[in-house]
Design a protein around this ligand. Structure first.
Ligand code: NAP
Length: 260
């Protein structure tokens, strides 16, 4: 297949992007980064208030953004999110699967099935449901697109106390590889980002635990905790034509934590 190759650019001008989990943390930073590089952005998470706050501030800075409530663990809500995006902006070009959950912190042997199910529903089923809905739309349009899955470095390593969450992130990395092969012929790229420790509400149990923080920092080459914008830069690269020959890849963005 001969696909026209464009001059590499980080611009998302003319693109429509859905970012899940965009009301705070990494998703918010990705949505802001996309909007300031020209994308029309759809912000999704369960609670509309937080989303509206971010969307309004993007619009105040001259960007284009709307907020749509969606529980990403419910496939029918995810399909509606994609349909509503197409109804509003006419299309979708970029999807960032970022909303995830980790309701259980402790040895895997003690996890309740309810926590197991919730973790897999949001972190795996939700990512797949959104990817399938957006990919179907791209295939119908005959358009290229970029899917970016936010995984985690724990998807690569044994992760005591976060075992089931880590399994879901390993599943996301696997899904990224297979879907890149199944969708590549249509010009749909599927990549992932594996963040290390990033300063958000999600990671507060780790960043506010001195012992864990020191352990991570000792091994982290850049000697600082990551910030949401550190991940937004990687997401912009993967969403844009600057990464036009990259697919099936998981980009580790961890300040060098897992290098050794
Ligand atoms: N922070 C880290 O150190 C770190 C490291 C590696 C990977 N990650 C990954 O990075 C991603 C973002 O994490 P974060 O640190 O930015 O977390 P965060 O600050 O807690 O933000 C999580 C976002 O996800 C939304 N969300 C949670 N459950 C949802 C659901 N069922 N349906 C829809 N939206 C939902 C939340 O909004 P609502 O409450 O409104 O739903 C919020 O917008 C996750 O995939 C996480 O696994 C984080």
């Amino acid at each position: 297949m001969s696909t026209p190759v464009s001059t590499p650019s980080l611009s998302l001008l003319g693109k429509v992007a859905i970012v899940t989990g965009a009301s705070r943390g990494i998703g918010e930073a990705i949505a802001r980064g996309f909007a300031s590089n020209g994308a029309k952005v759809v912000l999704a998470s369960r609670k509309l208030d937080g989303l509206e706050r971010v969307a309004a501030s993007i619009r105040d800075s001259g960007g284009e953004a709307i907020a749509l409530a969606c529980h990403t663990g419910q496939p029918e809500q995810v399909e509606k999110l994609v349909a509503d995006t197409i109804a509003h902006f006419g299309k979708v070009d970029v999807l960032v699967n970022n909303a995830a959950t980790n309701p259980f912190f402790g040895p895997m042997m003690s996890i309740e099935w309810s926590a197991w199910d919730k973790t897999f529903e949001v972190n795996v089923k939700g990512y797949f449901a959104a990817t399938r809905a957006v990919a179907k739309h791209l295939l119908d349009r005959g358009a290229p697109g970029s899917i970016v899955n936010v995984a985690s470095v724990v998807g690569f390593i044994g992760s005591p106390l976060q075992g089931v969450y880590a399994m879901t992130k390993a599943a996301v990395i696997s899904m990224t590889k297979t879907l890149s092969m199944e969708l590549g012929q249509a010009g749909i790229r599927v990549n992932a980002i594996a963040p290390g420790l990033i300063d958000t509400k999600f990671a507060a149990a780790l960043t506010q635990n001195e012992e864990i923080l020191n352990m991570v920092m000792q091994r982290t080459a850049l000697k600082r905790v990551g910030q949401p914008d550190d991940i937004a830069g990687a997401a912009l690269y993967l969403a844009s034509d600057a990464s036009q020959y990259l697919t099936g890849h998981t980009l580790v963005v961890d300040g060098g934590w897992t290098v050794a």
